[in-house]
Write a protein of this length. Structure first.
Length: 753
């Protein structure tokens, strides 16, 4: 019999040990991530008392796949539209936290005399709080509906995005081992170029593809297609110099804007869980007890750095974002740990060979300790604020709160600022699309055309054909670059307000037209030997013809509308099925009032009762604005609406009111039936005797159902099958009926005869 491959043996060992350990951690109500890390330590070569994996390299290969799928799933749960709607507040908080914690990590590394790259990567690790661990802690503590928890989750989403960018930046730094500003700027521009290109092209093309094959796709095909797209983007990302994880995240974020996003997320979750578990197990395999003992002092120092740093700088960052002192402290204290992205950054450093092997187990140990301390840090925030409130001057606290609250209500942007911002974004996007189109045509089509038309004389024909086709392809982009926003509300208002605005407005058109001409100039310069004056003239004429062309105008508008439709497709689907949150959610004036969702448990005592009977407003102070039921939204339900199990109640209230409401929802449940075994239904034969109280009574009058909780299923009349018992038929002596009920009910019924 052939010997089992080492890869299968390792997989069996990893999954068995991980399964047992995670069951223990689940029983102890600890994050499963820690269970995976402990399992990895148990099966690693560093643990001499247990069986260890044979082929460590294969495990790390699976771990790399796990990272890719983890970030793909993160992208599926992410939306760039959400980030844009968040405003500046979370962005300010996130950037401040990352900068402060990164600098703090670099300084601590230097204090221990570690190398430059070790310090830089350490700073990146300490800046990344764990989304998984914080979400789990909020859920366990019953704080997920609190307003500050939503703020923390917004910052964590942004941190995850910046972590992707940070990984790309760290790869660039590690590759050149150089921190020059020019190289950094070039890397940022390169990231921005491909990020915008992939998102725009992906959001345009992929929803169209999925829409065209929607009737053919079942769950199995959708899973294969989704993972295929993920892997394809990962490969393409590595080809242009980025990591596979970056490409997987981008593909996830593209698919997140499609109608199929939720289905894909559910289908991919088991795959993510499997390979993600292997990744975290591989993290635990790198833990060396000797290194932990040797670096005990740095581990303690890093734990204190995270706890104190996040408590101080996190609070300060949220205050900069516009939160009150109390809310900022609750947010800052909640983020005092590191997790999965720190491991991913550490894995990147090891794979690039730029950090010491000691740093990985040190970071894992720090993550384990801070994870255990996370619930205590969250609980500590309010007492810490109360302590400050008692010792700081009242005027100072009031001034801080008024200062931060005043930042929330900024005035509306000026028309000029809004118009110029829209024009800049529009010009940038279409310039990137035009550049990518030109690069593809010159890289692939031009050599092909020259092969079809060989020789010096035909060489010019190949160039001319390529040039004309390239101009036709980018014509809709160039027209949109020049003409879009020239008829917007801001433009019309500024034009009508003052004659002084008209010259600057015309100037914006000329600037965009010069940029468009530059693209035509580049094409001519690359494919011909015309003089500069002639190429500029050709460029101006071509742009004017493009602007005047009705066909190109129609094509440009059609492409833009299709892109907007694809971008909004998930929102449209959510509105149709009643899943989209109300628009007024962000406009509640009182900062303590917001909206939260509460799902009615299947065993809730509220089910079957009307809103009038439950009277949530008087009992808890909350108001039910909508009920989500079976994919439909019931807005402003009146008091006669009945609550069903599984309903999602959208309530308006404060944090304190939501706490009382949630506690009542959890408490008022039927619970587990302790007499479950007695609920078995049994069938019994009942003979109506001469002394039976049922003689002369109909089935309705007998009370067999209402009084004894039993049901007559048939009348035995000597046939092969039972006859239906008519409700108005009266019982007679000698009738043989068959009755169904619980044992106690049947006993009571039989005793009554």
């Amino acid at each position: 019999m052939a010997e089992l491959p080492a890869m299968i043996q390792d997989l069996a060992l990893i999954l068995m040990v991980a399964g047992v350990v995670t069951l223990i951690f689940k029983k102890l109500k600890q994050p499963l991530v820690l269970g995976y890390i402990v399992a990895g330590f148990l099966v690693s070569p560093n643990m001499p008392y247990t069986t260890s994996v044979v082929d460590v390299e294969n495990v790390h290969l699976w771990a790399d796949i796990g990272v890719m799928f983890l970030l793909f799933s993160l992208g599926l749960d992410f939306s760039f539209k959400k980030i844009l709607k968040m405003g500046a507040s979370p962005v300010i908080s996130t950037c401040t936290i990352i900068f402060c914690m990164s600098m703090l990590g670099v300084c601590v590394g230097h204090l221990f005399g570690w190398g430059k790259m070790d310090c830089i990567f350490l700073g990146g690790m300490l800046a990344m709080s764990s989304t998984t661990i914080i979400y789990k802690a909020f859920d366990d503590l019953g704080l997920r509906q609190q307003q500050f928890a939503g703020l923390v989750m917004s910052v964590l989403i942004l941190e995850d995005i910046l972590a992707i960018v940070m990984m790309v930046m760290l790869s660039a730094i590690a590759g050149g081992n150089d921190l020059e500003g020019g190289q950094m700027l070039q890397s940022v521009m390169r990231i921005g170029f491909f990020l915008i290109l992939w998102l725009v092209v992906g959001i345009f093309a992929i929803p169209i593809f999925l829409r065209s094959v929607r009737k053919l796709i079942n769950n199995e095909v959708l899973l294969v297609v989704s993972l295929g797209l993920c892997c394809a983007m990962a490969v393409f990302s590595t080809k242009v110099g980025f990591s596979s994880a970056f490409g997987a995240f981008i593909m996830g974020s593209i698919l997140a804007e499609t109608i199929e996003a939720e289905r894909i997320e559910k289908l991919v979750e088991p795959v993510k869980n499997l390979f993600g578990a292997i990744f975290f197990v591989s993290v635990g395999m790198l833990v060396d007890p000797k290194i932990l003992v040797e670096y005990a002092l740095p581990i303690v120092a890093l734990v204190l750095t995270i706890l104190v740093g996040q408590a101080v700088f996190g609070t300060f960052s949220f205050m900069l974002g516009g939160e009150s002192l109390k809310s900022a402290m609750r947010c800052g204290f909640s983020m005092a740990q590191i997790g999965e992205f720190s491991f991913i950054i550490a894995s990147l450093g090891l794979s690039l060979g730029v950090i010491g092997h000691f740093l990985y187990p040190v970071v894992v140990a720090v993550s384990v300790i801070t994870t255990f301390l996370t619930p205590y840090m969250i609980r500590l925030a309010t007492p810490a604020y109360n302590h400050l409130e008692h010792h700081l001057p009242t005027k100072l606290i009031r001034s801080l709160n008024q200062l931060t609250m005043g930042q929330k209500h900024t005035q509306e942007q000026s028309k000029w600022k809004k118009l110029l911002m829209q024009m800049t974004i529009n010009t940038l996007v279409y310039a990137i699309l035009s550049s990518a189109t030109i690069a593809l045509m010159f890289t692939f089509f031009l050599p092909f055309a020259r092969k079809l038309l060989p020789g010096w004389e035909l060489h010019w024909y190949a160039n001319a054909i390529t040039g004309v086709l390239t101009v036709l392809l980018i014509a809709p982009f160039l027209r949109a670059m020049v003409m879009k926003k020239n008829h917007s509300e801001e433009w019309k208002a500024l034009w009508a307000e003052s004659n002084h605005n008209r010259l600057p407005l015309i100037f914006t058109i000329l600037v965009r037209m010069m940029i468009a001409v530059a693209f035509i100039f580049y094409i001519c310069n690359y494919l011909s030997r015309f003089t500069n004056a002639l190429m500029i003239t050709i460029g101006v004429v071509v742009i004017i013809l493009i602007i005047l062309s009705r066909w190109i105008k129609h094509r440009s508008i059609t492409l833009e509308r299709l892109f907007i439709l694809n971008l909004r497709s998930r929102d449209i689907e959510a509105q149709v099925h009643g899943k989209k949150r109300p628009l007024y959610e962000g406009r509640l004036l009182d900062r303590d009032i917001h909206i939260a969702d509460f799902e009615v448990p299947l065993d809730s005592q509220w089910m079957g009762q009307t809103l009038k009977q439950l009277n949530f407003g008087r009992k808890y102070g909350v108001h039910i604005s909508s009920i989500l039921r079976g994919g439909w939204r019931i807005n402003i339900p009146d008091g006669d609406y009945i609550i069903f199990p599984g309903d999602v109640l959208q309530a308006i209230g404060s944090d304190a009111q939501f706490t009382a409401f949630r506690e009542a929802l959890e408490k008022e449940r039927f619970g587990v039936d302790s007499d479950l075994e007695k609920r078995e239904m049994k069938l019994r034969q009942l003979v109506i005797g001469s002394d039976s109280p049922f003689i002369g009574k109909s089935l309705i009058d007998s009370g067999i159902r209402d009084v004894y909780s039993c049901m007559v299923v048939g009348l035995e009349e000597g046939k092969e099958s039972l006859s239906n018992y008519a409700p108005n038929r009266k019982f007679q002596e000698g009738d043989i009926i068959w009755v169904v009920g619980e044992q106690e009910s049947l006993d009571a019924l039989l005793a009554s005869r």
